[in-house]
Design a protein around this ligand. Structure first.
Ligand SMILES: NC(=O)c1ccc[n+]([C@@H]2O[C@H](COP(=O)([O-])OP(=O)(O)OC[C@H]3O[C@@H](n4cnc5c(N)ncnc54)[C@H](O)[C@@H]3O)[C@@H](O)[C@H]2O)c1
Length: 421
């Protein structure tokens, strides 16, 4: 039985624990959080009331003989916590995305884990969402030919959605803690991950972006464009775009974060649309207009993935199960340190392009350049904070309207039986 310790019992811990809760190979033996009440509340919710809580993760590591730690804390802590756990002999470290708040920290995490022979996983769960896995299989079978362009629209709507701790949004607005903005750097990692993985790429060549901070807190609406590397001059250049839509008046009920994703991929023989990820399973999914995957090729339109579970939680369960398997039987985690670092670089390029008002090239993004400040992402200045209260009042009005209309969100239930497919 692999002994698991969790560091950070915030919002995402609810989803990260799912894969462990119904695993026969692991046991959550302890948790750590500087906020003991939060840890207690979570253990109660997960049905693990009797396990030990530590307010100091170092004490948990030294006392609990752990095989695995899950690091679920703000981004500036990912690096130091990974380094500490690796040096203390933990065999498997799973750290939530983004890997860290700087490229230098990513480099150090990779180095230390290699030296200490630690299996390091960067937890990016979209990569395991059942609909996306099916889309990837179809693309690899050549359903739309060679892939040309990629587009993802990430819509941040008005809810109602899962309740969130206010503190959890607070640290995300500080670039020195978060590493960038909440939508481009934090949530954006998932979208950059899809832009690489679905398109069969390891990196991009250059990025150009426009980030608007109209609400004073969110790094959107944003348009981030990139070019994929070309293998030869005869190849059609391939591009991708990530659009961040800020729509606080859009009524959009969900059990999770109030952000949903729509992907479109063009190929030499066809087109593919992938509807929804984070909010998959809400009332939109139930309509016939939004099947999970739509493909046009050879003069025909077909849909795919209708039999799959459309619930974001499965991306977490699948991701954790994959890691447990790697811990048991060997193999490479998804993602490994180098891949996690690439996502960090991609997201930083987007911020840097907006900062410098020009294209950013992959080669520029090194820890050396970060240290000499030629590629360090800075908190934007001159943001108009007057918009903030109007922005929040729009959101509140929206929620009220939705609730009056009788459309309310369901609470997440941690019934283990529900989790077994
Ligand atoms: N995969 C996803 O879809 C997804 C979604 C949300 C968050 N995340 C990631 O999960 C991580 C945590 O995000 P969150 O939303 O749960 O944040 P959160 O603020 O809700 O939770 C963080 C927790 O860490 C605790 N903490 C802070 N310092 C600590 C310390 N020194 N020792 C122990 N605990 C400490 C805090 O008290 C808090 O409970 C981040 O990396 C975030 O990007 C991933």
């Amino acid at each position: 039985m692999l002994r698991v310790g969790i560091i950070g019992c915030g919002d995402i811990a609810n989803l990260n624990v799912l894969g462990y809760l119904h695993s026969h190979d692991t046991e959550i033996v302890a948790v750590s959080d500087t906020d003991i009440n939060k840890a207690r509340e979570k253990l109660e919710q997960w049905g693990l009331r009797t396990i030990k809580i530590y307010t100091d993760y170092k004490e948990m590591v030294s006392r609990e003989d752990l095989d695995i730690v899950e690091i679920l804390t703000p981004h500036h802590l990912h690096g130091p916590m990974t380094e500490y756990c690796a040096k203390e002999g933990i065999r498997g470290i799973s750290v939530q995305k983004p890997m860290a708040h700087t490229i230098s920290d990513c480099d150090n995490m990779i180095k230390v884990c290699e030296e200490e022979k630690v299996i390091l996983k960067v937890y990016e769960n979209f990569r395991f969402y059942p609909v996306y896995l099916r889309a990837k299989e179809l693309l690899e079978n050549g359903i739309i030919g060679n892939l040309l362009n990629f587009r993802i629209n990430s819509i941040n709507a008005g809810g109602p959605s899962m309740p969130r701790d206010l503190k959890s949004t607070g640290w995300r607005r500080k670039f020195d803690i978060c590493g960038g903005g909440p939508w481009v750097y934090d949530d954006g990692i998932h979208k950059f991950s899809m832009a690489l993985w679905l398109m069969g790429q390891e990196r991009v060549e250059q990025v150009y972006s426009w980030i608007d901070y109209f609400s004073a807190i969110w790094d959107g609406p944003s348009y981030i464009i990139w070019r994929y590397p070309r293998n030869n001059d005869d190849e059609t250049p391939r591009y991708g775009i990530f659009e961040i839509t800020i729509a606080p008046n859009l009524y959009y009920p969900t059990n999770y974060y109030v952000c949903d994703e729509y992907i479109e991929i063009s190929g030499t023989k066809g087109l593919m649309w992938i509807n929804q990820c984070t909010c998959g399973g809400n009332f939109i999914s139930k309509s016939s207009q939004f099947p999970p995957i739509i493909v046009y090729n050879n003069g025909e339109v077909n849909t795919y993935g209708n039999e799959l579970p459309r619930d974001w939680r499965y991306s977490f369960i699948n991701s954790t199960e994959h890691f447990i398997e790697v811990m048991k039987s060997g193999g490479t985690p998804i993602y490994n340190g180098e891949q996690g670092k690439s996502l960090t670089i991609f997201a930083k390029m987007a911020h840097l392009s907006d900062q410098k008002k020009g294209p950013i090239f992959w080669e520029e993004m090194t820890s050396e350049n970060e240290i000499n400040h030629s590629c360090s992402v800075e908190e934007p200045k001159n943001i108009n904070t007057a918009e903030l209260s109007r922005y929040f009042s729009r959101i509140r009005k929206d929620l009220k309207k939705g609730k009056q209309a009788g459309l309310i969100t369901k609470e997440l239930k941690y019934d283990k039986d529900l989790l077994v497919e």
